[in-house]
Write a protein that binds this ligand. Structure first.
Ligand code: SF4
Ligand code: SF4
Length: 318
C-alpha cells in the first residue's frame, strides 16, 4: 500500500526546488468540453476564471524575472477574456510562451481568429489528442471531438504550425484508463504515420502523460473500485531515473487567484505553498530566486510522475 511517506522516502534528495524555468498559469476551469478524465474539473459550467488584476500580477512577475517560459493552461484558457492580454503583455519578458489547447475551442463562436493570433505571436501549442482514432478520442473527450480536432489541426497546419521550420505544435497522449502510456517515441511514430496518411496532418512531437489518480479520473477509479490497483501499478513501476527531471523542481503552477503550487496536480488538490504563518503564497509576493531550495509538497498522486518512463507537462522524463 503506497503512502505519502513512501513517496518521500523513495524520492529523498530530489524534493527541493532547483532553478525556476517555467511558470504554468491556470486561467480557470471554464472549458467548452467536459472530458471524462479531466483532473481540473473543466466544463462549460466552470466559474473559476482569472481576472485582469491577477493576470497583471503574473505579467509583473515575468517582468521582474525575465526569460522564463510562460505555460498557459485551464480549462480552455483561450476562453478567458484576459488570455490574449496575458500573451501580448508577457511577450517582451517571457523566454517563450505556450498554450495548452483542447483544439476544439478554436471552432467556438468568436474564436475564428485564434489560430492567426497564436501564429502571429509565435505561441507554441500543446494540444490534447489522446489517440489517432475517432472511437478512443470521442470516448474520452465527447462525441464529435475527433472530427473537430482534425479540422482544427488542418487549420493550424495551414497557419504554419507543425510544418518544416514552422511554428511548434506538440500533441499530448494520455491513456484511456488505468494503465501506463506506451513508449513515447514509438507512439509518436504511429501518430505521425496515421495522421499523415489519413488526414495529411503533420505535427512536431508527441508527449505522453500518465493520468494522475485525482479529479474525475480519480473518482472514476474509486467508483469502479480500481484506485488501489492503479496506485499499486504506479508504485510497482517506480523509476528512480525520473527523479532529477520531475517538473516541480523547475516549475511553479499559479491558480486563477494568483496563488502558487508546486504543480497543477497539487493545485487541484489544494496542496499549496505556504508562508511561515501558514498562509497561501501569491505570485505577487515571491521572486524566482526565493523559490530555490524550498521543499516540494507531495502525496500519493506523485507516483504518477515517476512510473515507467515518467510523466510531466513536457511528456516522458527518461
Ligand atoms: S481535459 Fe481539458 S478539454 Fe477536457 S474538460 Fe478538462 S480542461 Fe477541458
Ligand atoms: S505530482 Fe507534482 S509535486 Fe508530485 S512529483 Fe509530480 S510534479 Fe512533483
Amino acid at each position: 500500500m503506497i503512502t505519502t511517506k513512501s513517496f518521500e522516502e523513495k524520492a529523498a534528495g530530489y524534493l527541493e526546488r532547483g532553478e525556476l524555468q517555467i511558470v504554468q498559469v491556470n486561467m480557470g476551469n471554464l472549458c467548452n468540453q467536459d472530458c471524462l478524465h479531466c483532473h481540473v474539473g473543466g466544463s462549460p459550467r466552470g466559474t473559476r476564471n482569472m481576472d485582469f488584476k491577477t493576470a497583471e500580477t503574473i505579467i509583473s512577475f515575468l517582468r521582474n524575472n525575465p526569460g522564463l517560459t510562460l505555460d498557459i493552461t485551464g480549462g480552455a484558457p483561450e476562453l478567458n477574456p484576459n488570455f490574449r492580454h496575458l500573451v501580448m503583455a508577457a511577450m517582451p519578458f517571457a523566454g517563450s510562451i505556450m498554450v495548452r489547447s483542447n483544439l476544439t475551442v478554436m471552432l467556438e463562436p468568436g474564436q475564428e481568429d485564434l489560430p492567426g493570433f497564436l501564429a502571429d505571436h509565435r505561441v507554441k501549442i500543446i494540444a490534447s489528442l489522446p489517440c489517432y482514432t475517432k472511437v478512443n478520442v470521442d470516448g474520452q473527450r465527447g462525441t464529435g471531438t475527433f472530427e473537430k480536432s482534425i479540422r482544427v489541426l488542418r487549420i493550424l497546419n495551414r497557419s504554419g504550425y507543425g510544418r518544416k521550420n514552422g511554428l511548434i505544435i506538440d500533441l499530448v497522449y494520455n491513456p484511456g484508463g488505468g494503465f501506463l502510456p506506451g513508449e513515447q517515441k514509438e507512439l509518436e511514430m504511429a501518430y505521425k504515420d496515421k495522421l499523415k496518411s489519413d488526414f495529411g496532418i503533420t505535427f512536431n512531437n508527441l508527449l505522453t502523460i500518465t493520468n494522475a489518480p485525482i479529479g474525475r479520473f480519480g473518482r472514476q477509479l474509486k467508483e469502479e473500485n480500481k484506485l488501489n490497483d492503479y496506485l499499486d501499478l504506479l508504485d510497482e513501476n517506480f523509476n528512480r531515473l525520473t527523479l532529477p527531471n520531475i517538473m516541480c523542481r523547475s516549475l511553479i503552477s499559479v491558480d486563477y487567484r494568483g496563488v502558487i503550487y508546486d504543480c497543477d496536480f497539487n493545485q487541484v488538490l489544494g496542496l499549496g505553498l505556504k508562508d511561515k504563518e501558514g498562509h497561501p503564497i501569491p505570485i505577487s509576493s515571491i521572486s524566482a530566486k526565493k523559490l530555490v531550495g524550498q521543499k516540494i509538497l507531495t502525496d500519493t498522486h506523485c507516483f504518477s510522475c515517476t512510473a515507467g518512463s515518467g510523466s510531466s507537462c513536457g511528456g516522458a522524463l527518461t
